[in-house]
Write a protein that binds this ligand. Structure first.
Ligand code: ADP
Ligand code: MG
Length: 238
C-alpha cells in the first residue's frame, strides 16, 4: 500500500500552463524528492497529489485506483506543514491528536497513536508542553507527529525545513531519513536544496519549468545527467 502514479498530468492556471504533462510511477515505500528552481512547479505537483489543487488534465492513481477526483480526505495521504502551523494554545499531545479528535476517533486510540508518534520522534518528555516552550527542531517534530498519528499511506512534505537555521536543517534532515527507515512509508519531499535531495532520496525527480527533466537515483543523476540543466542543478554546490 502506497504506490502513486501520475499519468499525463497537466496544470493550468487560467491560460498559463505550469505543469506540462508529467508521467511518474512512485513505488510503495520509496523516498522521492522533487527538486528544481523556484517556480518550476514542485509545490503545484505535490498539492495536486494531495488534492489541494485540481488536476487540469491527466489522472492520479493511488494503489492502482483512480483518485483524480477524490477530495484530500479520501486519498489516505498526509501533507506535513511547517511547524509554524501548530496551535499555540494546545499542548504537544493535543496538537498531535487534534485531527483524530476532530474526526471523532475514540480517546484511547488517539492516546495510543500520539504515544507511538512521540516515541518515534523522541517527543515523550514534551507532550504536556506548549509550542512556545519548544525549540525549533522540537516544533518541527510535532508538525511531523501530527501526520504520523493518522497512519497515512504516504507523507507529502513541502520544504519542511526551509524555516530552520542551517545546523537544525542538517539535524532534521537526518531525523526525516530515520523516520523513513522506521515507518517504511512512501514519502514525497519537495525542496530546492540539492544537498537535501541528494542525501534523502531513493530517486530524485528534477523539474524544469513544469516538465520532468530527469528521474533517477542521486548517483545516476550525478554521474549521467540527462542534460545541462540537470548537470548544473545537481552539480553546483550551494
Ligand atoms: P515551486 O514550488 O517549484 O516554487 P510552484 O508550484 O509554487 O513552484 O509554482 C509554479 C508556477 O505556478 C509559478 O509560475 C507560480 O507563479 C504559478 N502558480 C502557483 N500557484 C498559482 C496560483 N494559485 N495561481 C496562479 N499561478 C500560480
Ligand atoms: Mg514551492
Amino acid at each position: 500500500m502506497g504506490s502513486i502514479e501520475l499519468k499525463s498530468v497537466e496544470k493550468w492556471f487560467g491560460s498559463a500552463q505550469v505543469i506540462k504533462g508529467v508521467d511518474l510511477k512512485i513505488e510503495e515505500g520509496e523516498f522521492i524528492v522533487f527538486v528544481g528552481p523556484s517556480g518550476c512547479g514542485k509545490s503545484t505537483l505535490l498539492r495536486m497529489i494531495g488534492g489541494l489543487e485540481d488536476i487540469s488534465r491527466g489522472s492520479l492513481l493511488i494503489n492502482d485506483s483512480d483518485v483524480t477526483d477524490h477530495p484530500p480526505s479520501k486519498r489516505g495521504l498526509t501533507m506535513v506543514f511547517q511547524s509554524y502551523a501548530l496551535y499555540p494554545h494546545l499542548t504537544v499531545a493535543e496538537n498531535m491528536g487534534f485531527s483524530l479528535k476532530v474526526a471523532g476517533v475514540p480517546k484511547a486510540y488517539i492516546a495510543e497513536q500520539v504515544n507511538r508518534a512521540a516515541e518515534v520522534l523522541k517527543l515523550g518528555p514534551f507532550l504536556e508542553r506548549r509550542p512556545k516552550d519548544l525549540s525549533g527542531g522540537q516544533r518541527q517534530r510535532v508538525a511531523i507527529g501530527r501526520s504520523i498519528v493518522r497512519d497515512p499511506t504516504a507523507f507529502l512534505f513541502d520544504e519542511p525545513l526551509s524555516n530552520l537555521d542551517a545546523a537544525l536543517r542538517v539535524e532534521m534532515r537526518y531525523e526525516i531519513a530515520k523516520l523513513h527507515q522506521s515507518l517504511k512509508r512512501t514519502m514525497i519531499y519537495v525542496t530546492h536544496d540539492q544537498v537535501e535531495a541528494m542525501t534523502l532520496a531513493d530517486r530524485i525527480v528534477v523539474l524544469e519549468y513544469g516538465k520532468i527533466a530527469q528521474v533517477g537515483t542521486p548517483r545516476e543523476l550525478y554521474e549521467r545527467p540527462a542534460n545541462l540543466f540537470v548537470a548544473q542543478f545537481i552539480g553546483s554546490p550551494k
